[in-house]
Ligand binder design. Structure first.
Ligand code: CP
Ligand code: NVA
Length: 308
């Protein structure tokens, strides 16, 4: 059987996503008691990180520990992916020692290459193109708070970035309506939008893009934002601060959404830029539930991919 990877949300069918969400909810309900069974005893997950991380690193490490396995963190200086040796050689070597690889890289191509050459599952832990683990945790959070995903509208305001891409693909896969409000020149990638629309059409939902943040948020059930400059884009922050100001998620913009709308952010947040303190600390914010759910959904993913 071919080794399964999670490089893009598009690697998952609707049935697979639904199974992951259900398993994550069960794991969450069980708490850490699942450790008693130690389903991943003796298994090791390699964590390749070219960029900083709090949530992703800790949830993969804690998740492996709770499942009875172990994670090895490899910092940028340890591996020097593609510099000290090729990505393919790293993948081939790691495959001889560990049962899975999670990788956070700049280039999306690097994770694709790891998956092409590894004989163990490779999980995208964020690239410049996608952040699939985040989107899975986000839809788990929306499901928990709304009780259903059917007929919901998710609004994303800001940069059409990696997080936006994975949310678009997952909204399409699950038949959730999604509206992206972005400045001109900062739209999500055309091929991702086309793929998300194709999935959405099949699943009975719509994907809309607009330059009007108020229109994007109008009547939304969930409102999402992310940093204006992603990791690696810090030198463009000054320009982005000007361009993105009208897209700030503040109390005024949030009033366009349904009164019971929830507020999401993948974190880390740049408070006072893309989101105000009032909104991120307000009663509609579920950002810490999202952060917690990274743990549960990734445990479900590890159990599926590492074969327990
Ligand atoms: N949301 C997220 O991936 O956070 P980290 O960058 O801290 O891992
Ligand atoms: N878009 C952000 C997400 C961080 C979790 C980045 O890539 O830096």
């Amino acid at each position: 059987m071919n080794t399964r990877h999670l490089v893009s949300i598009a690697d998952l069918s609707r049935a697979e996503v639904e199974a992951l969400l259900a398993r994550a909810r069960n794991l969450k309900a069980e708490g850490k008691s699942g450790r008693m069974n130690a389903p991943l005893r003796g298994q090791t997950l390699a964590l390749i990180f070219e960029k900083p991380s709090l949530r992703t690193r800790v949830t993969f490490e804690a998740g492996m520990t709770q499942l009875g396995g172990h994670a090895v963190y490899l910092a940028p200086a340890d591996i020097q992916l593609g510099v000290r040796e090729t990505v393919a050689d790293v993948a081939r070597n790691l495959s001889r020692w560990v049962q899975g690889i999670a990788a956070r890289t700049y280039a999306h191509r690097a994770v694709e290459e790891l998956a092409a050459h590894a004989t163990v599952p490779v999980i995208n832990a964020l690239t410049e193109r996608e952040h699939p683990c985040q989107a899975l945790a986000d839809f788990l959070t929306i499901l928990e708070h709304k009780g259903t995903l059917a007929g919901l509208k998710l609004a994303f305001v800001g940069d059409g970035n990696n997080v936006c891409h994975s949310l678009l693909l997952l909204a399409g896969t699950l038949g959730v309506n999604m509206s992206v409000g972005h400045p001109r020149g900062y739209a999500p990638a055309e091929d991702i939008v086309a793929q998300a629309r194709q999935l959405a059409t099949a699943a009975g939902s719509t994907i809309e893009l607009t330059n009007d943040p108020q229109a994007a948020v109008a009547e939304a059930d969930a409102v999402y934002t992310d940093v204006w400059a992603s990791m690696g884009q810090e030198d463009t922050l000054e320009e982005r601060r000007r361009v993105f100001q009208p897209y700030q998620l503040n109390a005024q913009l949030l009033r366009q959404a349904k009164p019971e709308a929830i507020v999401l952010h993948c974190l880390p947040a740049h408070r006072g830029e893309e989101i105000t303190d009032e909104v991120i600390d307000g009663p509609q914010s579920v950002v810490l539930d999202e952060a917690e759910n990274r743990l549960h959904i990734q445990k479900a993913l590890l159990l599926w991919l590492l074969g327990a």
